[in-house]
Each structure stands twice: as C-alpha cells, then as structure tokens.
Write a protein that binds this ligand. Sequence first.
Ligand code: FES
Length: 155
Amino acid sequence: MLGWCKLALTQKNLRKLFILNCLLITAEAFLLMHAPDAILKSSDSALHTLMKSSELADGMSKLFHYSKNGETVEGFLIRYQGKVYAYVNLCPHAYEPIVLGSQSAFNSDKRYIVCREHFAMFNPETGVCVSGPCPIADLVKIDVLEQDGTIFLVL
Ligand code: FES
C-alpha cells in the first residue's frame, strides 16, 4: 500500500512538473514572439551616439542609419512634446519611406507622423496607425535614449 502511495505521489508530482514546464515554455515563446528586443537588450545592449539633443528641436525629425544583423536600417528620429522617439523609415502600407531627405515626418499641425505616399497617419508616441491605409500594421519602433544632452541609439 505504501509503495502504491509513493507511486501515486510521484505521478502527481510528475504531472505538476509537466504542467509547470508547459507553462514556462509557453511564457518563453510568448516573450520571444512579443519582446525579442527586450530579451536581447538585457544581455547585449549598447549605446551608439546619434546626435546632440540641441540638433532635434520639438516638432522636428531627422533620418539616421545603423547596422543590424549585417543590414543597413534607415530610421527617423522625432521630438514630440519634448520627448524623442525613433522608428524604422518604412510605411507599413506599401513599404515606402515615411521621410525623404530633409522633409518633416509630421503633418502640418505636428500632431501626427504622416506618410507622404498615401497619407497614413501615425501616433508619434506609439507609432500606431490612426488613419489612412494601414489598418493592421504600425510603425516599427527603434529604442533610443536621451541623456546628458545626447541622443543615443540602443542596440
Ligand atoms: S506607403 Fe505610406 S500610406 Fe501608402
């Protein structure tokens, strides 16, 4: 009888361990799908100087380039209500650049980022599409940090 109880407990514990393991695998898969940069950042983050804070006044935008996984990525910085944000310079509608040359990323009243191709509009703080032909995709955010009068790219 005692031997049978030990076996039952062992099977019960194994089932608990199996369920716990499944939960951990699911949580890890979720994190990899939804926050891969955050996971990488915790072990590998590095700061790269982009420009002085004084070079990006409120309502302005500027292009920059960086290398990721051997490929050159074009991004653009904006300063919106005092804070700096950065996005990959590709519109999720037809993959045209949001910013060309020295043109502004903002619409005329500087409340939204606007794509000049078909006029999709995006929230400057989140990159979420708020109007126009981009119903299921948003801008891809790039991590930046402003510190001691300098804007850094966080890779
Ligand atoms: S490419 Fe940007 S709205 Fe069409």
